[in-house]
Design a protein around this ligand. Structure first.
Ligand SMILES: *Cc1c(COP(=O)(O)O)cnc(C)c1O
Length: 460
């Protein structure tokens, strides 16, 4: 054994304690460090031919790379839709690496059973019935891709062919209708061989990102045959919601697969005052739910739900002599694009076990309260203009005067060491958005953000 490797093995208890101590210091300062660092990037180092052991690797990481990492795990990183990691989720992630399981089959321990238990918890958390089967994937993009892959197989079933067996050419042109689809949907269509052009934008309601039901009905009439509808439960810009129940009801007269992208919106189900937004979610054929956003587990965690596991295994079955037959409860290797992978469920398992539905409801409701409070602040600051009512956890706003992309970028840059917001364009208007989803964020942070914004607008 390499001597440094052997030394690290022998000193492992001590070394892990050092790492733990370091992580504790990092997290202890996470709320106070610059949200977006301004230091210059380090020059790339050559591949170490001779290693120097864990201790020096940690020192090198600490000095070269830590100063240029963002405080995305902290309370005032409001870009994209970014969760942190609850204490229990972090512990679960550490244990994931410590145990280093590959939970894709039943051959070697109970990993996949733990994943199934966690899937059931997530399903109940967001109010889905047991008609839905879930599987862990790496993120909402992958969840959308898996959902659309099952939809593709369903389109084949309607035509009496299997695209999984004969390729997508057998389908002919495919139509995917959506109001405000997330960018991962066209990406997914590209990956799946259906093509980005398969996506048809259906008009949304005036001043909204929610799909216009009359326009959707017209689009469905125009398509005539089987197609796919991607409904959106929580749009990135304004957290707007399609009317899921009404869309699902259109299946009485139209033949379509209903995929719902509820990446972060699904968590509205936890807040009694917002649960109506996801009414009808259970009626979907496939659903995307992200966990590394609002469930606050570390990156690399989302769930894909579907009512058609038979179609799912047709697409993703991984037949090999050393793996068992599909059976009624297929091994996880047959459900998603990945084969070998980490025990993805464990961080979610830990946080749900530790804080339960109630603890996570509190996080969701606090995020919403913070967003509403910031929405009020934006309304009150004369130089700013709120672009949409705060429906959930996202505040979308712009400058009251001369809202150019450049001026908004200057504003975002000016405040980026204290609060990180991401730019967008809403209905042609350049804007900024603040998305609240980190478990650490409190009213104190919102007050601080309000002060920072007010000051920045004044000096802009
Ligand atoms: C974040 C998001 C995605 C993509 O999720 P990743 O985890 O980045 O892959 C898809 N849809 C919606 C609505 C999202 O908010």
């Amino acid at each position: 054994m390499d001597p440094r490797l052997a030394a690290d093995r022998d000193a492992l208890p001590h070394l892990l304690d050092t790492v733990r101590q370091h992580a504790t210091e990092v997290l202890g300062r996470i709320a106070d460090r610059k949200v977006i660092p301004t230091q210059v990037l380090p020059e790339p180092d050559p591949l170490p031919e001779l290693g120097t052991g864990l201790r020096e690797a940690l020192d090198d990481f600490t000095s070269r790379w830590e100063p240029v990492l963002s405080a995305s795990a902290g309370p005032r990183y409001l870009g994209f839709v970014t969760g942190g990691a609850t204490p229990a989720a972090l512990a679960g992630d550490w244990m994931t690496a410590a145990w280093d399981q590959n939970p894709i089959s039943s051959l070697d321990g109970a990993g996949q059973h733990l994943e199934r238990e966690t899937i059931t918890w997530v399903r109940e958390l967001i109010g889905l019935s047991d008609q839905h089967h879930g599987a862990f994937v790496s993120g909402a993009t992958m969840s959308n891709i898996v959902g659309l892959a099952i939809a593709r197989e369903w389109l084949g079933e309607c035509k009496g062919v299997s695209p999984a067996e004969c390729g997508t050419a057998a389908l002919g042109a495919v139509q995917v209708l959506s109001g405000t689809a997330h960018s991962s949907v066209p990406k997914g269509l590209s990956v799946l061989g259906l093509g980005r052009q398969a996506l048809t934008h259906v008009p949304t309601l005036p001043g909204r990102e929610a799909v216009d039901l009359v326009a959707l009905e017209q689009a469905l009439n125009q398509v005539g045959g089987p197609c796919v509808v991607v409904a959106n439960a929580g749009t990135v810009n304004t957290a707007d919601f399609d009317n899921l129940r009404a869309i699902a009801a259109m299946r009485e007269h139209h033949h379509f697969w209903l995929h719902v992208d509820a990446a972060f919106g699904a968590f509205a189900a936890l807040a009694p005052a917002r649960a109506h937004l996801v009414e009808g979610l259970d009626l979907a054929d496939s659903i995307c739910v992200d966990l590394h956003k609002w469930l606050n587990v570390p990156y690399g965690s989302a769930v894909q739900f579907t009512q058609r596991r038979d179609l799912q295994t047709r697409v993703f079955q991984n037949t090999a002599a050393y793996l068992g037959p599909l059976g009624d409860t297929p091994d996880l290797v047959n459900l998603t694009p990945e084969n070998s992978r980490r025990l993805r469920a464990l961080a979610a398992w830990f946080t749900l076990r530790a804080y339960g539905r109630d603890g996570h409801r509190e996080i969701i409701e606090r995020s919403i309260a913070c967003a509403c409070a910031l929405g009020d602040v934006v309304t009150d600051i004369p130089g700013l203009r709120l672009l949409a009512p705060v429906r959930l956890n996202v505040v979308c706003f712009t400058l009251a005067e001369d809202p150019t992309t450049e001026r908004l970028a200057a504003l975002a840059k000016h405040i980026a060491d204290k609060v990180f917001l991401t730019p967008t364009v809403l209905d042609g208007v350049p804007a900024l958005r603040a998305a609240f989803s980190n478990w650490r964020t409190t009213k104190t942070d919102t007050d601080r953000i309000a002060a920072v914004l007010e000051n920045a607008v004044r000096v802009l």
